[in-house]
Design a protein around this ligand. Structure first.
Ligand SMILES: Cc1cc2nc3c(=O)[nH]c(=O)nc-3n(C[C@H](O)[C@H](O)[C@H](O)COP(=O)(O)O)c2cc1C
Length: 194
């Protein structure tokens, strides 16, 4: 695909065919992601390929327990909590491939808020590279922010190093949907020419 066409046609895909994503393809996606730009070239990204069904179950339990607590604290009623938990867990379980992406908090030049923010931005670049690589390979994917709301719980569930700070996860697989039209803000609204 032409590079510009690739960028323009990428969309979030939330429904997948059940076929697994071969390991060599997963490797190619990761080889692309690690080439993303990062502040000071520190490459602070860390990836967890959640393949094992036990790990996925532990991740699902940790995320949903925290979701229940957070929603209850916000005063949501039990039926709404149950519905949200059920829907989120179903999406997690139906994704053929789950890749958690984290920031290694040690990967900063100096311990300053701006440097940590650049680390987060760098990890986001790698996640986007991964999504674009997946699209180039005929896969679809969706960025999921859920782990951001349960960072400690996610680390504990997957037994991650204490310096790995979960930023999000990608659900990936062969697409089973055509996304609808996307509303775009006009250039005039988002750009200033000077
Ligand atoms: C930081 C970030 C967090 C996101 N979190 C979620 C999420 O938790 N669940 C979800 O379904 N989509 C999530 N998305 C996908 C956005 O909803 C999607 O990119 C947006 O609606 C634009 O649609 P498109 O990706 O098809 O262009 C997230 C995207 C980004 C960049």
């Amino acid at each position: 695909m032409q590079p510009m066409r690739l960028l323009i046609t990428r969309r979030s895909i939330r429904r997948f065919r059940p076929s697994p994503v071969p390991d060599d393809l997963v490797r190619r996606l990761l080889e692309t992601a690690i080439r993303a730009p990062s502040a000071h070239n520190l490459q602070p990204w860390r990836f967890v390929i959640v393949q094992d069904s036990g790990a996925r179950a532990r991740l699902g339990r940790a995320l949903t327990e925290k979701m229940r607590l957070d929603m209850a604290a916000e005063g949501a009623d039990a039926a709404l909590i149950a519905a949200r938990v059920e829907r989120s867990l179903r999406r997690l379980n139906e994704a053929p491939l789950v890749i958690l992406f984290c920031r290694d908090v040690r990967m900063v030049r100096v311990d300053a808020p701006e440097e940590h923010l650049m680390g987060v931005q760098s990890v986001a670049n790698a996640a986007l590279y991964l999504l674009l690589a997946a699209h180039a390979e005929g896969l679809g994917g969706n960025w999921i922010c859920w782990p951001l709301y349960a960072q400690a719980e996610t680390c504990a569930a997957l037994n991650l190093p204490s310096t790995w700070e979960p930023q999000g996860m990608l659900f990936l697989g062969y697409p089973a949907e055509e996304p609808g039209e996307k509303t775009l803000r006009l250039l005039e609204e988002v750009v200033q020419w000077m």
